[in-house]
Design a protein around this ligand. Sequence first.
Ligand code: HEM
Ligand SMILES: [Ca+2]
Ligand SMILES: [Ca+2]
Length: 366
Amino acid sequence: MEARHNQRAHYRDRLLQPRSSMAFIKVTISLMLLYFLSVTLCLAHPGFNFPWGGNGHFGGANYGLFPQFYQFSCPQVDDIVMSVLKKAIAKEPRTAASLLRLHFHDCFVQGCDASVLLDDGATIVSEKNSIPNQNSLRGFEVIDEIKAKLEEACPQTVSCADIVALAARASTVLSGGPSWELPLGRRDSKTASLSGSNNNIPPPNSTIQNLITSFKRQGLDEVDLVALSGGHTIGVARCATFKQRLYNQNGNNQPDVTLERTYYYGLKSVCPITGGDNNITPLDLASPAKFDNTYFKLILYGRGLLTSDEVLLTGNLGNTVALVKSYALNEHLFFEQFAKSMIKMGNISPLTGLNGEVRKNCRRLN
Ligand code: HEM
Ligand SMILES: [Ca+2]
Ligand SMILES: [Ca+2]
């Protein structure tokens, strides 16, 4: 900027001297070009939405998202997210798990666009009523609280989709897991997809083939599948989501033979054959509130809770077995890959530029 001002002063001095009209035109055109250049550069500061819209070219593989997006427009964004979550998670540790899962359920339906947060409305059929989400997905009130604080600090600036991504990272960190540089700049959808939610989020009794196919549809590979399944190192599941493993895994009224025996008896005491469908038990029995690699160690012992956890080891397809073993042995490797795969999942079809909007209230359209 300094150099540009000096240059401008130089041109101004020259303009004051008598010149031929040709030279005058040349100088005028140069000045116009300079002016255009400085305006363009200023507009291109992070935090502004580029008026030329679409999936920008910044960051290449990041589809137009970049970590410094709010550097000037809302520098406190991460502090606000962290301070709300610190309190919420101290009060109820499960909140971290619920928010991590919320990001997954958002990104797998129309991309990471906060579609999952929309309530039923005139043009909206909420994803909250889908089979995977109903009576299951949580954390909406905490997102509302973060959004309210952000609207006070930086009105209509931080999208709900970015809040969900930031909350997922903060939840991981506050539970003892890895951190990562998070690309930002997602905008919020004006639509939701109940059918997308029912079809794209794999059910807990999925085969390994189902899991691989469903992740592949989102541009995620087997490495991402295994690493991201490690999200089950925190949080809980309802009996309804794994009960068939206890009483009728293959339609022959027999339990799943891959379940380790004492674990199996323990689960039966939580989940009786009739009723108790909403009773809950940890996905990682050893450390349900700590983000670590015990999830993978437990799978090796036949103590993975969901069929979808178990088949990463016993499904016998691709290299998921080797990955489970390596993450069980090496927590550092798991943390590193989890961070990479979270960035990849967070980049699923974001709305950028002039697409979508920045909602004022995450539950409804502006
Ligand atoms: C691989 C396919 C996946 C399947 C089949 C699956 C399935 C499930 C199910 C059935 C539950 C329990 C829901 C309930 O009881 O109502 C659950 C909970 C959870 N899932 Fe997954 N999940 C998968 C992948 C992921 C991914 C990729 C993440 C995040 C990176 C994740 C994070 C979580 C967390 C943290 C919880 C606990 C939530 C809480 O306690 O509120 N899951 N998952
Ligand atoms: Ca979505
Ligand atoms: Ca754990």
